[in-house]
Write a protein that binds this ligand. Sequence first.
Ligand SMILES: *Cc1c(COP(=O)(O)O)cnc(C)c1O
Length: 220
Amino acid sequence: MIKSNVQKILQELPPGIKLVAAAKTRTIDEILEAISAGVEIIGENYVQEAKEAYAKIGNKVRWHFIGHLQKNKAKKAVKVFDVIETVDSFSLAQEIDKRAKEINKTMEVLIEVNSAEEEQKSGVLPQQTRALAEEISKLENIKIKGLMTMGPLADDPEKLRPFFKKTKILFEELKILNLPRVSMQYLSMGMSDSYKVAIEEGANLVRIGTKLFGPRSYSQ
Ligand SMILES: *Cc1c(COP(=O)(O)O)cnc(C)c1O
């Protein structure tokens, strides 16, 4: 099942669009099945869960952190992940930078944008994204590689289109600034229900869980 789901999505993605398999709550065997079907990037929401999966699976795939990162988990996260997609404050970036420096690593990050400007949602507000990128670009052990957004919960993916559009505009604005240590390469938008709309609006990294692994037994 997982195998054919993965193959179907991989076939259907236009060239240049990368798949992140969102693996929260999945077992190692399920993740390995997805990898054997062609998944090259695993997305994890929880550092501890990722650490365990990483210990068994290792570097044959790339690991993206897609959850909300608490500062006290930054040290572990920096060790496991290739990309942290959810940086949304300078203080979190500083902690990541400090921990990356300790292990001689340059940590690749995306800035998470709260594109719908929802209260109590993670992500930096659209109008503060540029200032945050400029600030983070001064940190020597961080490399900004792009933007990520979730958008609001919606029954119809069309409702997400304006927020994907807005994030793409920010992405292009940051690109032309040519800041040091910033290379705007990844625009991470879209999940199982919305990835097609996200790709139409410029996403080149899509984070898909349910459509690969089936429904989660509990929601997180
Ligand atoms: C769970 C999750 C996804 C995937 O969601 P699905 O609807 O299962 O495809 C994508 N991005 C983030 C940040 C997630 O937490």
